[in-house]
Design a binder for this molecule. Structure first.
Ligand SMILES: [Zn+2]
Ligand SMILES: [Zn+2]
Length: 296
């Protein structure tokens, strides 16, 4: 018995030291963020360290993904995994090829993975060897990334956002959600870097040509976020640790990047939060890559 106690005594400080070293290493790590495409024609985000990367959604062609990654000196070979938010075509177009041809594991909830293979856009179906099941609010670790999926309200088969910790930073991705639930709010409040939907301008959607049922789908609780609702939530819930906000999934027909930006900037300012000083704000482009962001 005494012997076991002694071993535990030796092991415990060693484990602490190991954790300290790994934390130190993590905090020195550079984190890279790139949006390859964002909107109803396709969504794909890259988050990486110096060595590895992951994709959040792969709703554009593989050739385009490879081309854009290459432009920033990144290779598809360094992509460890794709994390899928839901089974709509604009988020999954390339997952069949990435999983089956390139051997990159596709992570999502069992319901989303089943839904993906039922989608009309999936010419190459995913085999079970290419998929990995994850469960909401059960974090998984993958090299330097700790990834937590969480429930968001939308009308896919199942729908998640992702909270990703890497290098001592927290990135939260909330694309395609009809409203901000307490669960969604929790992960926004944890974020240092936030990718959040600002899909439409209410007036543009109301006056625009979409049929009534589509307008109702978009504005519904399981639809999409408008500029004002996103802005008001952010203005009410801004916290000091939130440094960057990227507005994503902007509609081509019912929004303009400048309008989304100005709406959020204006509503933040009305609460005394200054864009450029208190927080950085940007809109993500629909079909071309964003700036390449690197955080020391
Ligand atoms: Zn979408
Ligand atoms: Zn969707």
């Amino acid at each position: 018995m005494a012997k076991i106690e002694k071993i535990l005594y030796i092991c415990a400080p060693f484990r602490n030291l190991e954790r300290e070293l790994s934390n130190n290493r993590n905090y020195n790590m550079k984190i890279k963020f790139l949006s390859l495409a964002s909107g109803s024609s396709g969504n794909c985000y890259y988050l990486g360290t110096d060595t590895y990367g992951i994709l959040i959604d792969a709703g554009i062609g593989v050739r385009t993904i490879k081309k854009h990654l290459k432009e920033y000196g990144l290779a598809l070979e360094r992509v460890l995994a794709v994390f899928v938010t839901h089974d709509h075509a604009d988020h999954i177009k390339a997952v069949g090829t990435l999983g089956e041809k390139y051997g990159i594991p596709i992570y999502s909830t069992p319901e989303i993975l089943t839904g993906i293979n039922k989608n009309y856009c999936m010419t190459e179906k995913l085999s079970s060897a290419s998929t990995r099941h994850i469960y909401k609010e059960e974090p998984i670790e993958l090299k330097d990334f700790k990834v937590t999926a969480f429930e968001v309200p939308h009308d896919g088969t199942d729908n998640v956002g992702y909270c990703i910790e890497a290098g001592g930073r927290v990135f939260s991705f909330l694309t395609d959600l009809g409203c901000i639930t307490p669960t969604a709010a929790k992960y926004i409040n944890m974020a240092n870097h936030l990718v959040i939907e600002a899909n439409y301008d209410e007036e543009m959607l109301k006056m625009g040509p979409y049929p009534k049922h589509l307008k109702e789908r978009i504005t519904g609780e399981n639809g999409h976020m408008c500029n004002r609702d996103t802005a008001e939530f952010l203005a009410e819930n801004m916290h000091e640790e939130l440094k960057h906000i990227w507005l994503c999934h902007l509609s081509k027909d019912n929004n303009h990047p400048e309008l989304a930006y100005k709406t959020v900037e204006y509503i933040l300012r009305s609460k005394g939060i200054l864009v450029g000083k208190d927080v950085h704000l940007a809109t993500l482009k629909r079909s071309t890559p964003s700036e390449f962001w690197e955080f020391e």
